[in-house]
Design a protein around this ligand. Structure first.
Ligand code: 16G
Length: 249
């Protein structure tokens, strides 16, 4: 069935069905759910929807606006409204100190990292204090776009003391694998999670709209001696992750 046929008002638009923009919104939601309006396809223009349904353009616009705020539809400047790709959310436990590679392998997903930065740098004030770096010490930094199952998931910026990770170029897939080999795999970590709106460059890398919701997670990891191993700031797509913590009495 075409989108136009699906939107013909017979059978779903009625006087007793509540506000008309809500009826249209529900019809469009049903079309998205049923795949009549598939991901990445364009929605007929407002004017055309108004003609097919007999609703006013104001009503049509209101329904579309609601779908935009629900994240089902995306408006692209100059080219109209598109059905957004549905992202299945992932649940991530907050009680295990695992790596991204391990988390995804556990779900049967392949991971890929694109390197945005990797090398030895002069540390920032935050790195000096978080990693407890001695005067004049440099820092190993790796910045990656992390993908799983072919989808961008997170941007991750890690900083480590050089004696923990002397050669950041050694990290090709998993940082924790390299730390494991070097005998520096962390055993404990503290994470701080905050809600953010993704800035244009990060949103672009993650394949979401500018200002889309994201989660910023700062992880500070420790060796059993109490020494800090990494300071990592990860930006996760807000539409792809649920972080789950188990609480006990
Ligand atoms: C996770 C950690 C990150 C760690 C990375 C190592 C969070 C929020 N962050 O993404 O701190 O550096 O795993 O992953 O979970 P890798 O061994 O696959 O490189």
């Amino acid at each position: 069935m075409s989108a136009v046929e699906f939107l013909r008002p017979e059978g779903w638009l009625g006087v007793n069905g509540g506000p008309r923009y809500v009826q249209l919104r529900q019809r469009l939601e049903a079309g998205i759910e049923a795949g009549v309006l598939p991901p990445n396809s364009s929605l007929p223009p407002e004017r055309e929807i108004a003609e097919i349904t007999g609703l006013s353009r104001v009503t049509v616009r209101k329904a579309i606006q609601e779908l935009v705020s629900e994240g089902l539809i995306e408006q692209r400047q100059g080219s109209g409204s598109f059905i957004r790709e549905r992202v299945s959310r992932m649940e991530q436990s907050l009680s295990h100190l695992t790596s991204f590679t391990e988390d995804m392998a556990h779900r049967g997903m392949d991971t890929k990292s694109s390197w945005l930065e990797r090398g030895v740098f002069l540390p920032s004030a935050q790195e000096i204090s978080a990693l407890d770096l001695p005067e004049g010490a440099e820092v190993a930094r790796i910045y990656r776009l992390r993908e799983a199952g072919g989808r961008p998931m997170a941007l991750e910026r890690a900083a480590l003391p050089l004696d923990i990770l002397p050669n950041p170029l050694e990290v090709t897939t998993s940082l924790y694998d390299v730390l494991d080999r070097l005998g520096h795999r962390p055993v404990r970590a503290i994470q701080k999670i905050s809600a953010i709106n993704l800035e244009p460059p990060e949103a672009k890398l993650l394949g979401v709209a500018e200002g889309a919701a994201g989660l910023s997670i700062e992880r500070t990891s420790f060796l059993s001696s109490g020494r800090v191993v990494e300071l990592t700031r990860s930006l996760y797509r807000g539409d792809a992750y649920d972080f789950v913590a188990e609480l006990r009495l």
